[in-house]
Design a protein around this ligand. Structure first.
Ligand code: NAD
Ligand code: DAU
Length: 332
């Protein structure tokens, strides 16, 4: 089976390629990636794959690749909320125009298409709201990033309905694990502590994210490719929606033997709480996350992630000063 993975040099995409090669023998993988600041070819080192350096908005390139591949798994995106607040334009380019370009090519070549999306398309829940997002929750995105992801989901749904493309969508919650860019919450705190900087909590840290280990996310995607129903959307979440940012940062500090962290300027328009109801994928496809439900399992996943950043200093050390300079300019 020939599979094209867009954004496969980024955090979740690279873990997806690794997970696929480790668990399946029937996939021949090509990665298409623009290698933005978030993409890193080293994430794929040692793997037996084909790599194509290019932009998903390049229709000629996309057509030439889709002709040759049966399956497309679409991870490529601008992914960081904070960046989208400063310059939304790359988000419009990659997330909207990029997804549109892929969809038009899928329409022409008849590929099986899986679109990777996020819980943020649903907006946020109040802290005391007991509800969780489901596949039928109305869209209500808050940031330029989440608005472009919502737009890309709508494009996929329209191409399914209007043009009968063979597509599925998954909306997953916040991932953590190896190879995550150090601009993101968990690796930023780990690498702050490793470089003797204080960990940095936005505002009061009451916000809740439904953390999921990246391997659990990617196993769910593989299951959707194997057994998912064409045209359907699947919510992916591991029931970690009871741990707030303050508790996560305190867990990281405790695991790393660090007693101190700082409160810094809050994110404008900061979403309060995400919570996922993944009943559908569990019932219909039999998916079960490995790192779930209890603070103990989250602690295990975090502990392994801390070990990874500790053992792979060369992977992140060159980017650290620039990332922190950028945050410092924002009071964060
Ligand atoms: P990331 O920023 O680490 O990686 C994105 C990758 O896409 C990079 O390798 C980058 O070079 C590539 N890319 C960006 N624009 C491109 C373009 N125009 N053409 C080709 N390649 C391009 O992101 P991530 O955290 O791995 O997220 C991957 C996908 O998963 C995104 O679609 C994101 O919205 C979604 N998602 C992320 C999370 C999360 O917690 N990180 C949760 C749910 C869904
Ligand atoms: O929910 C899924 C989304 O999760 C994905 O769609 C996005 O691509 C991904 O980046 C992530 O978005 P968040 O904005 O939730 O993740 P981030 O890691 O940026 O922040 C997580 C929480 O931690 C959020 O409430 C902001 C807070 N935070 C973040 C940073 C970088 C801090 O308190 N301190 C920090 O230094």
């Amino acid at each position: 089976m020939k599979m094209l993975v867009t954004g496969g040099a980024g955090f979740i995409g690279a873990n997806f390629v690794r997970r696929t090669l480790a668990t399946r023998t029937d996939y021949d993988i090509t990665v298409l990636d623009k290698l933005t600041y978030a993409g890193n070819l080293n994430n794929l080192s040692g793997l037996n794959i084909n790599f194509v350096h290019g932009d998903i908005t390049d229709r000629v390139l996309v057509d030439s690749l889709l002709k040759e591949h049966e399956i497309v798994v679409h991870f490529a995106a601008e992914s960081h909320n904070d960046n989208s607040l400063h310059d939304p334009s790359p988000f419009i380019h990659s997330n909207l125009v990029g997804t549109y370009t892929l969809l038009e090519s899928v329409r022409a070549h008849g590929n099986r298409f899986h679109h990777i999306s996020t819980d943020e398309v649903f907006g946020d829940l109040a802290l005391d709201d007991p509800n969780r997002f489901t596949e039928t929750t109305p869209y209500n995105p808050s940031s330029p990033y989440s608005a472009t992801k919502a737009g890309s989901d709508h494009l996929v749904r329209a191409w399914i309905r209007s043009f009968n493309i063979a597509a599925t969508i998954s909306n997953c919650s916040n991932n953590y694990g190896p190879y995550q860019h150090i601009e993101k919450f968990i690796p930023r705190q780990i690498t702050n502590i490793l470089t003797h900087r204080p960990a940095k909590l936005y505002g009061t840290g009451e916000q809740v994210r439904d953390w999921i280990h990246v391997d659990d996310h990617n196993d769910a995607v593989l299951l959707i490719l194997d057994k998912g129903t064409i045209g359907e959307t699947y919510i992916i979440g591991a029931d970690n929606d009871h741990i707030n940012n303050k508790q996560v940062i305190e867990m990281i500090c405790e695991l790393m033997g660090e007693g101190h962290y700082e409160h810094v300027a809050d994110r404008p328009g900061h979403d309060m709480r995400y919570a996922m109801d993944s009943t559908k994928i569990r019932r219909e496809l039999g998916w079960t996350p490995q790192f779930t439900n209890t603070a103990d399992r989250m602690r295990e996943g975090l502990s392994a992630t801390i070990d990874w950043y500790r053992s792979n200093v060369d992977w992140w050390k060159d980017a650290k000063a620039d990332v922190e300079k950028h945050y410092e300019a924002q009071g964060q």
